[in-house]
Design a protein around this ligand. Structure first.
Ligand SMILES: NC(=O)c1ccc[n+]([C@@H]2O[C@H](COP(=O)([O-])OP(=O)(O)OC[C@H]3O[C@@H](n4cnc5c(N)ncnc54)[C@H](O)[C@@H]3O)[C@@H](O)[C@H]2O)c1
Length: 295
């Protein structure tokens, strides 16, 4: 496929590297003086990521020329609404009506960005994580106007390039950044209260709750801990810290229904008898391997 990547900074280079390593014809567009430097950086990153780079990598300052022949355009210019609107308007003027336009915005509302395009049904978000060539997951979000076929095509493109697209609703900040910032906000609160240093907090996270996350998400972790246990902890933390730790009604409901997690056979998630039997052993093996890999 012919792919244009707009903005060849931290993210654009990574996205271009992913696509070049997957044999696509990639053109990066940037406002920097030395565009050759961006191309070299993309090629180096693609090589480190994928070995042989069979796709071509070009660079230009000319957005119009780059997007004119592109089947997919990835936008990765800085997170400023007026700039993104200007760049997307330039894409709209020059790209073929059938081209798919994907923004890598972290937080800007997709509906506002879609307003810059004359074919908003071809627009959606592909939110990569840094470094884009290494982190597997990519959040994919459309607006109400996005054609489902466009989403399906982008998802297939990402999969074929070795990524793991995960579709999310079109909310500000999507999902991963909301989770990441919620954790960071509480980490800052702990440091500001003086209960731990920033250095020790990083160690604590890496050696406790962080060990679990590559293997199990927050709902699986909660089910393994026991939702009655979470209910009790929320109750105490709510008294100490107020509103932000109020017992979530969903947790209360599940506890009332006897869905306490793995120990009662179901919680947030459902488990087959086989899964329940194997879960603890699988968990212990995974944690051991993850700790070995991280050391
Ligand atoms: N850095 C991250 O960890 C991260 C992660 C996910 C998403 N994002 C999002 O990705 C986008 C890009 O972020 P980044 O970290 O790569 O920024 P960056 O500053 O590293 O790169 C942006 C690039 O865009 C170029 N640029 C500026 N104006 C331009 C224009 N008019 N035309 C073409 N190129 C132009 C800049 O010269 C720069 O090289 C933002 O929307 C950001 O929120 C960033």
């Amino acid at each position: 496929m012919r792919i244009a990547v707009l903005g060849a900074g931290t993210m654009g280079q990574g996205i271009a590297a992913v696509m070049a390593a997957a044999s696509h014809e990639v053109t990066v567009v940037d406002a920097v003086d030395r565009i050759e430097g961006c191309v070299t950086a993309v090629r180096d990153r693609a090589r480190r990521h994928g070995g042989d780079v069979t796709g071509t990598i070009g660079g230009t300052h000319d957005l119009g020329a780059a997007v004119r022949g592109a089947e997919v355009v990835f936008e990765a210019v800085p997170e400023q609404l007026p700039l993104k609107l200007e760049v997307l308007a330039g894409v709209s003027e020059n790209a073929a009506p059938a081209a798919i336009v994907a923004t890598n915005t972290s937080s800007l509302p997709l509906d506002r960005l879609a307003g810059a395009l004359s074919h908003p049904s071809r627009f959606l978000a592909a939110h990569f994580f840094n470094p884009a060539e290494t982190i597997p997951g990519v959040e994919v979000a459309g607006t109400e106007q996005t054609d489902p076929e466009v989403t399906a095509t982008l998802v297939a493109l990402l999969r074929s390039a070795g990524k793991e697209p995960i579709e999310v609703g079109s909310c500000v900040g999507f999902v991963a950044n909301r989770l990441q910032l919620a954790l960071f906000r509480e980490a800052l609160a702990c440091v500001e209260e003086g209960v731990i240093t920033a250095e020790d907090l990083d160690i604590l996270v890496r050696r406790t709750i962080g060990v679990r996350l590559p293997a199990f998400g927050p709902f699986a972790v909660a089910d393994m801990a026991g939702l009655d246990v979470y209910h009790a902890i929320f109750t105490v933390l709510h008294e100490a810290y107020g509103e932000r730790f109020e017992v979530p009604p969903m947790v209360s409901r599940l506890v009332e229904d006897g869905r306490l997690g793995v120990k009662s056979g179901a919680g947030f998630l459902n488990y087959t008898a086989d899964e329940l039997r194997e879960l603890t052993a699988r968990r212990d093996v995974l944690y051991k391997r993850l700790l070995e890999a991280a050391s």
